[in-house]
Ligand binder design. Structure first.
Ligand code: CTP
Ligand code: MG
Length: 335
């Protein structure tokens, strides 16, 4: 396996850049979609503030981290300081407030792993999930957005990887494959590890941004406009990076011993994290450390069956990138 990692990239890789860029461009959401999302957020804010004047709404997830493709739904976090009532009660109250003529299908899902209120805005056609006080998700959304501003190749690579994962059915955490969030972290880590590096490690630099959530401080360097030239020594193009990304996950990654870590900008050992055995339902068959919740392995949803599915998909993608005459079509064929 590891020998194969050393193989030379196909000679005609350059001709694949234009079609991959065209796929990336076609996935970028239109400006008017952003405007519609803002419009919905404004409506929600108005309704929420009537009941809880001190509450705030934050966008998180793909509608705010710049990795959202067109026609995505929006994720909203309600930040509320209310020690008297519990989360379920807040959600039920929230659902009640939002039951207006302007919104449809309002439902409180209080028993979900992440409890939310779901709704649909008939005017814009946008669906929305609202969670309570999940502020770390708001912070990791900012981290991803800041990384995306450093080098455009991150957004290009992540759009293509997400599109591939959705087409191939390996973006379903309830089926034991990975979340979009995990795929974006895999892309960031990969670009941190290129030589020369295409992305820095923002959490390893002087802190210019810091925030406290549940008495813990989280910080990193966020003046990314000063890092615009960071990756300029590396001339790799999107087609080369897609090729190398899939080769890395097919043949180059040591699944038995290694954890990828955006927080440190490097690989760390499973031993070091004590992620060597199964605890309850958490297995560690592919290890992706959350940049802030560092005891959290985003690969924990992957089981002994789905790890096989995932690795076969990485191998299929690597083979296509190496040999297929038309990778930009074959890569995304429905499974
Ligand atoms: N999130 C998290 N921890 C996870 C999964 C998700 O903190 N284990 C948070 C992240 O802030 C992430 C957001 O939830 O950005 C949404 O996750 P996900 O749906 O995986 O990603 P999206 O970027 O919204 O992707 P998609 O376009 O597929 O909706
Ligand atoms: Mg989402």
């Amino acid at each position: 396996r590891n020998l194969k990692w050393q193989i030379q990239c196909r000679g005609d890789i350059g001709r694949l850049n234009a079609p991959f860029l065209a796929i990336y461009e076609s996935l970028i959401p239109a400006e008017e979609e952003k405007a519609k999302q803002k419009q919905l957020l404004t409506l929600l804010e108005k309704l929420v503030c009537k009941e809880w004047p001190d509450a705030r709404l934050y966008l998180y997830g793909s509608c705010a981290n710049s990795f959202g493709v067109c026609k995505s739904d929006i994720d909203v976090c309600l930040a509320i300081n209310n020690k008297e009532i519990n989360k379920s009660e807040i959600l039920l109250k929230l659902a009640d407030i939002l039951q207006t003529d302007n919104l449809q299908n309002v439902q409180a899902l209080t028993r979900a792993r992440v409890p939310i209120v779901k709704l649909m805005d008939p005017v814009t056609g946008i669906s929305c999930d609202i969670c309570i006080n999940n502020l770390l998700a708001v912070v990791n959304t900012k981290l991803l957005r800041d990384y995306a501003r450093i080098d455009v190749r991150l957004r290009q690579l992540a759009f293509i990887v997400k599109h591939w994962a959705k087409s191939r059915g390996v973006n379903e955490t309830y089926q034991g494959t990975l979340s979009s969030y995990a795929y974006v972290l895999m892309c960031i880590h990969f670009l941190q590890q290129r030589r020369p590096a295409i992305l820095p490690c923002l959490q390893g630099m002087d802190k210019t941004y810091s925030v406290t959530v549940d008495d813990i401080e989280y910080s990193y360097f966020d003046q990314v406009e000063r890092l615009r030239d960071f990756g300029s020594h590396n001339k790799e193009t999107i087609a080369q990076l897609v090729w190398a990304f899939f080769n890395y996950w097919a043949y180059g990654h040591d699944y038995a011993s290694n954890v990828i870590s955006v927080r440190t900008g490097s690989i760390i050992r499973k031993l070091e994290k004590d992620w060597t055995r199964r605890v309850g339902n958490d297995r560690h068959l592919i290890c992706i450390e959350d940049p802030f919740e560092i005891t959290h392995d985003l690969g924990r949803v992957v089981d002994k069956y789905s790890i096989k599915v995932l690795r076969e998909e990485f191998e299929r993608a690597a083979e296509i990138m190496q040999y297929d005459p038309n990778p930009c079509v074959t890569l995304f064929e429905r499974y």
